[in-house]
Ligand binder design. Sequence first.
Ligand code: NAD
Length: 458
Amino acid sequence: MNQLAIHNPANGNLITQVHADDAASVAAKAVRARAAQPGWLAVPLTERKACITRFRAGVVAELEVLAAIMTSETGKPIKMSRNELNGLLGRIDFFLKEVDAQLVTETVFAEGGMTEQIQHIPLGLVANISAWNYPWFVGGNVYIPALLTGNAVLYKPSEFATLTGLAMARLLYDAGVPQDVFITVVGGGEVGQALLEQKIDGLFFTGSYATGARIAQALGPRMVKLQLELGGKDPTYVCENADPKAAAESLADGAMYNTGQSCCSVERIYVHETIYDAFVSAFVETVRGFKVGDPTSEDTYIGAITRAPQLAVLDAQVADAKAKGATLLVGGTRLPGPGNWYAPTVFSNVNHSMELMREESFGPIIGIQKVSGDAQAVQLMNDTRYGLTAGVFTPDEARAKALLSQVNAGSVYWNCCDRVSPRLPWSGHGDSGVGLTLSTYGIQTFTRPKAWHLRSAS
Ligand code: NAD
């Protein structure tokens, strides 16, 4: 049996080794899950909801333990681990409240003995290949509505959040979800690839563009429903009438929360030239106040970089920005180990010739560019292959809405950033992906509409 070694990225220590899957065990799990799905669908919705309600109670009861597990394997500051788990509860509540209405069969026509109905049936066997940065959020966005709507789920946690994934499974089983209805698949990219080869009805992926593109290529000819939630290079524009200090504090948090390892981290900032200096100095002051260190400490704001290879990506973006004339205001280097550490880093005088302003950083580093006005800001915000989120800071609502209407992004923010709501669809434009999670659409996405044409005999 293969072993997967799990390390703590904050100190490099081996936490444990777990059994990993191989191609044969993945295939066997897929067969088991497919066989179990009709039985799960036959369980009344009230009982499926009761399972998820008990799962929610299990998360509440073990919140501290679960937060500690997530922090140990991802380096996420402990307070942010608790925030994620508490945030998950609101998402579960939303799904529980909305799922009934999404599964009601609709009669759309009834006349002269002819009835037309739309029934919402589950996809069947859903595979979920997940990321490590918010494992409870991105996993829960998929497997909770998928299970509620009657699907079986093969869940592959990231190899950097495996203990968290195994804890999810244990809590689901304790809550009454049958062991063949939700099955974890453990391992790295090769195991993910083996999952793609199974007979599945939907593949829901959260991760990088590079992996997403590989998955799309592999599944293209197979007619499997495919959803890809990928990276971003999310911009925000600060207008001349915004409060530079308030905007800087909010955006520094948006850029550096979770050590900058959020899909919707603020990754590019454009500031009107008239308040540029005031904004930059308030931003740097805020970042200097962020405490870097042991993720288990209550006052830590910047934790470890979860994946060691990302350090080289950050180094390269810093070197490229410096070489092209950017001004380094703070940080710009790795911090001493053991573990994977990067100093919170801020550059001014940046431009779009720099990788820092073009490619996802996924770390605590940010560039702030001066702009002459709205037209240039919109042009720069749209100068990207990604389109996950974008924001505008100004007291003027009409102007913010006019600007955000021109920006190509799945979610747009007025005077806020780095925010996800269970009530709103979460989706990307361009290379940020296809499909969506959350909102009522994010429940429907685990079903397919079946059209019934019914003519009564008489
Ligand atoms: P990743 O692409 O490296 O890995 C994601 C998952 O894919 C992991 O479970 C991994 O084991 C698996 N995988 C790797 N190679 C595979 C292959 N060839 N076939 C099948 N599966 C394979 O991404 P990551 O480092 O885990 O996550 C970071 C990325 O995720 C960032 O780009 C971030 O922006 C993005 N993300 C997006 C969202 C969103 O909602 N849009 C949310 C969170 C993270």
